[in-house]
Design a binder for this molecule. Structure first.
Ligand SMILES: Nc1nc2c(ncn2[C@@H]2O[C@H](COP(=O)(O)OP(=O)(O)OP(=O)(O)O)[C@@H](O)[C@H]2O)c(=O)[nH]1
Ligand SMILES: [Zn+2]
Length: 376
């Protein structure tokens, strides 16, 4: 039989993930996944992680041809600590474990956002199409912080969208000035809105196509939740009904994925949105490429410096210095470029030891899994 992923598609499942999953499974496992069994006997099912709590993982999936259901997944030790191995938005294959479902593998993600939190790498979200970088048209406005978010998105190959909120708080002239500054960023999707006056919301609705996944980042109070509520038309709610019980249905957590109705004509279409209230300080790591893309103009000049290891200080033939002197590049952009790269380099050097250790652990658990498969 052909698998019916129709409900999953409305929450972001695509052929891309099917291909990844097929490549990760053995023939027998694939056959079992496509089995004709009743949902109650189905050995495997695909779920999307919607929340990661200390003691449990919430996910949403489709059993048989039933509607979407929400359930808790069992998390085996090889996926712990979850902050390293699982992210909200990840697709997982789970196997039946009596009346529960246990995570078996993570479908190779299309994109993953990560940061350093209390000196530890932490996955923020996975499989996003857009990162909505939200700032407000008042004292929160800070280009340097936006560049940091931009690097985060570009590093993860997620399309960044800059949203300037609370446009009602400033004059036309001030708004023009804010927008002029934003246009200097290496991001061509920029929108000014006011949820108070309802302006600009229609443009944002064009992003809300069925199956799309969006995360919102920005300082506390810039209006992320207000924006989401305005777009959803209602309070955010978790799609699907819970299979087992009603505990923790709306527990607040830093990492939670909600579904709002899509704005396109497809009935029952959903858009996955992740609000990130916990992300006040964003510490990037492993983000060299994202930083270079964020400052593409400076980076491309740096490629032309006479010395490949040019520090852009007093070296002869430095194209960056030259551009700084003739005003082609902004000194504050240059400072931020240098600062972010230095931070990234510093963390890389400091963490080299522990990262290598983790990589070793991961390849070890992979080896054990392969051995188990062979024994089977
Ligand atoms: N003037 C004006 N105020 C707004 C607008 N949007 C939101 N606000 C106000 O800004 C405040 C913060 O809004 P929230 O939506 O809670 O901000 P947030 O980004 O979700 O904040 P955290 O949840 O702390 O991350 C509230 O008092 C809102 O009423 C707007 O378009 N114009
Ligand atoms: Zn140089």
């Amino acid at each position: 039989m052909t698998l019916n992923f129709s409900h999953l598609q409305s929450i972001g499942w695509t052929n891309y993930f099917m291909q990844q999953l097929s490549a990760q499974l053995s023939f027998d496992e694939l056959t079992a996944l496509h089995s004709d069994e009743e949902p109650t006997n189905q050995p495997y099912a695909v779920f999307r992680i919607t929340a990661i709590h200390r003691d449990r993982i919430e996910a949403i999936g489709e059993l048989g041809s039933s509607n979407l259901i929400s359930t808790d997944l069992l998390c085996p030790p090889e996926f712990r600590p979850t902050s390293l191995f699982l992210a909200v938005g990840d697709w997982v294959l789970a196997e039946r474990a009596e009346e529960h479902w246990r995570i078996k593998l993570v479908v190779e993600p299309k994109s993953r956002l990560q940061r350093l939190s209390v000196d530890q790498p932490q996955l923020i979200a996975a499989n996003l199409d857009y990162l909505w970088i939200v700032t407000s048209a008042n004292q929160d406005f800070n280009l340097k912080r936006l560049q940091r978010y931009l690097a985060l998105a570009l590093e993860a190959n997620i399309e960044p969208v800059v949203i300037l909120t609370k446009s009602d708080l400033c004059s036309e002239a001030e708004l023009e000035e804010y927008l002029a500054q934003l246009k200097k960023l290496n991001c061509h999707l920029i929108h000014a809105i006011s949820t108070l006056e309802g302006t600009g919301l229609d443009t944002l609705k064009t992003y809300l196509n069925s199956g799309t996944s969006i995360a919102l980042v920005g300082s506390s109070g810039v209006g992320k939740s207000s924006l989401l509520n305005a777009l959803a038309g209602t309070q955010q709610e978790v799609a699907g009904i819970r299979e087992d019980d009603d505990k923790g249905k709306h527990t607040t957590t830093a990492r939670q994925l909600f579904f709002i109705d899509s704005a396109d004509e497809k009935a029952h279409g959903k858009v996955a949105v992740i609000d990130t209230p916990g992300m006040r300080e964003l510490q990037l790591f492993n983000s060299q490429q994202g930083i270079e893309e964020t400052f593409a103009d400076i980076h491309s000049l740096a490629q032309d410096c006479r010395f490949s290891d040019c520090h852009h200080e007093q070296e002869p033939g430095c194209k960056v210095r030259e551009a700084l002197e003739n005003g082609t590049i902004d000194p504050s952009d240059f400072n931020n470029y240098q600062k972010l790269l230095k931070e990234d380099e510093h963390i890389k050097r400091r963490d080299l030891g522990s990262h290598a250790e983790r990589k070793h652990q991961r390849s070890f658990s992979k080896m054990v899994k392969t051995m188990n498969k062979e024994i089977w």
